[in-house]
Design a binder for this molecule. Sequence first.
Ligand SMILES: [Zn+2]
Length: 260
Amino acid sequence: MKGPKKPEHEIYALKYAGPLTSSGAFLMWLMEWEKTETRNYYFWYIKGGMEPIVVDCGISPRMAKLRNVPGYIKPSDVLARIQIDPLSIKNVILTHFHWDHYSGIELFPNARFFIQEQEFNFWIKNPVAKKPPFARFTDDISSGYLASLEGTEKLILINKDKEIMPGIEVLFAPGHSPALQAVAVSTAQGTAILGSDAAAIFRNYKENWPSAITIDLVATLNTYDKLKKKASSIDLIFPGHDRRMLEEYPVIEEDITKLA
Ligand SMILES: [Zn+2]
């Protein structure tokens, strides 16, 4: 006999910024310099489980202004288009400590944040994270806020793979950052994975070729294998920035698509 059936969740991608255009080499590491390619900025919403979950928070208005982000809409305003009040969100999974994924934490003041302990320790406590190639990915105010939550129930530090709610499992997926976590989600189509920036675009997984922002190539390629083994299909592994997430899935509202 099988165990109790896992809840079937729905996954939505919410585009809050972009398109940004750059060399293709940004998305396909050291290849395609002569091509140009565009990317979008997203966060994700998971519905249908015990409680709604937001995966990543996007960029805060302050950082969007500071870095002049094109096409920016406050992530909480995008979420409001599907009648979700950001103040009602109690669970946020942060995949990693890059400014475009975590500086929007201030938009979800009532949430608790799930983060890999190793990711937290690197960005908050390791002096090398303050050096320029790493520091450009962070935001001191957001990091300071998360650091202030350590030891409280609002910060949940996770060690590697863990089912945090029925049908929602975080997966240790390093390579793009020291301890990025992907999110495996039970859906009507099987196990889908929000990989966030484990890969930037679908092609990274399909061609086993990472994006330019890779701090550990070996870890990245092992992460690809791990996520492909876990997902019910390679088409159910969603990357961080592929414009196809907006263009090729059913549109629910402006800038919002249903992935699974
Ligand atoms: Zn990133």
